[in-house]
Design a protein around this ligand. Sequence first.
Ligand SMILES: Cc1cc2nc3c(=O)[nH]c(=O)nc-3n(C[C@H](O)[C@H](O)[C@H](O)COP(=O)(O)O)c2cc1C
Length: 339
Amino acid sequence: MKEIFDEITLGNLHLKNRLVRSATWEGIAAPDGGIDERSYGIYEELAAGGVGAIISGFTSVAANDRYFDGMMRLCDDALVPQYARLTKTVHAHGTPVIAQLALGAFYRDTPTGILQVEPDDMTPIEIEDVEHWFVDAAVRAQQAGFDGVQLHVAHFFFLSRFVSPAINHRTDEYGGSTENRARIVLDILAGIRAATPNLHVSAKVNCSDFTPGGIDPTEALALCRLLAQGGIDSIEISGNGTSVAGVRPGQGEAYFAPFAARLSQEVAVPVICVGGFRSREVMQHLLDSSRIEALSLSRPLLFDPAFPAKLEAGEVDASGCVSCNACYHTPNHACRFRR
Ligand SMILES: Cc1cc2nc3c(=O)[nH]c(=O)nc-3n(C[C@H](O)[C@H](O)[C@H](O)COP(=O)(O)O)c2cc1C
């Protein structure tokens, strides 16, 4: 029988419970990816709040990636000391921390300016460049003290678009079959394994793109099997439609759970499920009825970073987050109704 507050191991990570902070972009890093006291404060509060592991907000692997404002970055060795302070802050609470490595989009520097280029129009050399950026960022993550990295292959960020048959129409070895579309991710995984054998490597993937011609649950299963064969340490299941609005305790919770539960029966890799966990009852039911190892939370920890500790102490049985999504538009992505 699994319990929310079991101590668990996920690959080589030791978690004090089964709750994980799902990646949450704070939008406050400097244009070069530098971070300051505000970021350290956010991660200090999260770690003090009792969550079992923290996945950072998406952290770009490229200096010229301008997909969103205020992105963290691990694209330059000079940034390592700033991120080392972040990992030290989290580790002081006995909490592992994973850097979510992402590329929002690929940008080509041209004589007339910078140009966003979609997977179909990239040269093989540009694709190899992207693979190297991810591996180099993982090396920096390790130097900064992160316990792992997570490849952001969800939410139509670059890797998610690359693996999607709705977007990728290439006819070379990077397009066509699931294996070919996944090649970039598997190459990155192999490169990170070779360069940083001790890092936990996770991937966040869509169970569905919810887009005509895109990844559907059958295709997502095939992708996850390839990741498992490639030696991934954990898979976090999400989907486009990321942060569904209006979810509240007892209403619309755990919206990606059916696919995650099915995946947990089919691969030996630990499965983490995200998306609308608000109540103890729903979380415990999913643990009881599946092989899912951990549950990840984003908005409930914006509402109250101490939600895990309060849940464990029996002070609350549910999050007060009503999934209004105002957090996407506030400074620091802070919750307007924060406890
Ligand atoms: C403000 C905000 C920022 C987010 N940033 C990221 C991110 O950097 N990377 C990511 O994979 N998902 C991101 N997400 C999605 C969450 O990780 C999560 O998958 C989604 O919100 C559903 O979980 P929840 O119901 O617990 O919020 C973000 C969500 C919010 C609300």
